[in-house]
Design a binder for this molecule. Structure first.
Ligand code: URP
Ligand code: ZN
Ligand code: ZN
Length: 466
């Protein structure tokens, strides 16, 4: 289907490398021209006046869990409501996790199931991370098909939860993924330490939601980060991406590895930059039950410094939403009964813009780098996405840097019943989102269509090109 041509004028273009006062012509879902003045436009070109606005590459959220079955619950956002919410928040591509599937299921089965979940629902482009639930000869062989034929060039290893991998499996998976030019992503937490602490807490009757955080303190995460870094080194410097980093000690291990030339990248999420563990003292503490949990306030500043100095590469969301009144509430008297995770796909861009750019902590270019450019580079999407180059997908967000908004769940487009950021005041808001040349959100109004998003075949990981 061909879309109407769009000419964006008067805006300030921002990519990861700089700003310019240029016009942008979008034709048939691609950026057709970027120039100071564009006159040779097709008949019936729609003009968008971006006076006072930043024109940026659409956001890429590389960490979502739509429609995930976590055993005790299924997350409430599917690929329609999840991507609708993403689009309204300035995000034009998501990479979801194919998991968890039935025990023992093959990678091919995972992909077939997830394609079915997404294809008639996603309103923006999407891809998936493979999830390694177990390691055997078949899985190691299937990885090749996934990378080379299916365009799945990143895989997640969980070191805790039901599908945790031991060191033997982790080493085998990392070595094979390295051989195939795929990126290993890891949820790092020390499962044994968490299990011991949980058992002690349960025995002592300490099962109120706040004990969720006590059961998995930051040392559990930092230990697993250090271990994983060393296992990646032992696997021939396998490229490694640490997800949802929440603390400074883990960040220090990452910094050390990078100083030693190891191929390690790190992601954090808005919740770890903005919220702290004092929220577990509140009556609505279950809203914030997720893993890793929120950390003491001092950790937030360390993560901001990591973003500023480039030790943290991306900001994603880990959007894994459950309703507060029904699903999360199951844990109100027992944290072990609370499904882990929080919503956030729609608020990622405005929160980071407001707390980062508007408060002067990061530049607009850095904002683009961590929300779009680096995600595209790391996950085999560049230069199709993550930039404003001629020939790239016409995935654009128009940001009003002055617009003040008090976040409330009423104005969001997900399928849950709360936002962890209720009443949070932000300066800067994504006022228009364009996905493959179509306006999918305009001033909070969703204009997209279920099924319009494409599955994106990603390129193999290339560490020389990050
Ligand atoms: O609590 C969380 N984060 N749930 C989603 C799964 C994960 O660990 O990323
Ligand atoms: Zn995780
Ligand atoms: Zn996650």
């Amino acid at each position: 289907m061909t879309s109407t041509a769009i000419l964006i004028i008067n805006g300030t273009l921002v990519d990861a490398h700089g700003q310019s006062k240029k016009q942008l012509l979008l034709i048939d879902g691609k950026i057709a021209k970027v120039s100071e003045t564009i006159t040779d436009t097709p008949a019936e070109t729609k003009i968008i006046d971006a006076q006072g606005l930043y024109v940026m590459p659409g956001g890429i959220d590389v960490h979502t869990h739509f429609n995930i079955d976590v055993g005790i619950s299924r997350s409430i956002d599917d690929f329609y409501t999840g991507t609708r919410s993403a689009a309204c928040g300035g995000t034009t591509m998501i990479i979801d996790h194919m998991g968890f599937g039935p025990k023992g299921c093959s990678l091919g089965h995972q992909l077939a199931v997830y394609k079915e979940y997404a294809q008639d629902k996603a309103v923006i482009d999407y891809s998936f991370h493979g999830v390694i639930q177990h390691v055997d000869e078949q899985v190691l062989a299937d990885m090749q098909t996934m990378v080379e034929k299916e365009g799945i060039s990143s895989f997640k290893l969980y070191l805790t939860y039901g599908y945790k991998l031991d060191d033997d499996s982790t080493l085998k998976a990392m070595a094979r993924l390295n051989e195939l030019n795929a990126l290993t992503t890891v949820h790092p937490e020390n499962d044994a330490a968490i299990a011991q602490r949980r058992a002690q807490l349960i025995k002592a009757g300490k099962i109120a939601p706040k004990y969720h955080a006590v059961s998995r303190p930051l040392e559990c995460e930092a230990e697993a980060i250090a271990r994983t870094i060393n296992l990646a080194s032992l696997s021939g410097n396998a490229p490694l991406y640490i997800v949802h980093l929440s603390n400074g000690l883990g960040l220090d291990y990452i910094r050390l590895a990078r100083k030693n030339q190891q191929a390690v990248w790190a992601e954090t999420c808005p919740q770890y930059l903005l919220l702290d563990d004092s929220l577990y003292e509140n009556e609505d503490a279950v809203k914030y039950v997720m893993s890793p949990p929120l950390r003491p306030k001092a950790e937030l500043e360390k993560l901001w410094l990591g973003l500023e100095d480039g030790s943290i590469d991306t900001v994603a969301t880990d959007h894994c939403s459950f309703t507060y009144h029904d699903q999360k509430h199951k844990g109100v008297d027992d944290f072990t009964a609370c499904p882990n995770g929080m919503p956030g796909v729609e608020t990622r861009m405005p929160l980071l813009f407001s707390e980062g750019v508007s408060k002067g902590r990061i530049s607009p270019e850095k904002f683009v780098e961590v929300t779009s450019f680096k995600p595209a580079k790391l996950f085999g999407l560049y230069p199709q996405k993550g930039c404003l180059l001629e020939g790239s997908d016409a995935d654009i967000v128009l940001f009003d840097p002055e617009l003040k908004v008090n976040i409330s769940h009423d104005r969001l487009h997900d399928n849950t019943d709360y936002t962890p950021y209720e009443s949070h005041a932000v300066t800067g808001w994504p006022v228009m989102t364009i996905s493959r040349g179509e306006v999918v959100a305009n001033h909070g109004e969703f204009l997209g269509k279920a099924g319009a998003g494409h599955f994106v075949h990603r390129k193999p990981f290339d560490k020389n090109n990050i």
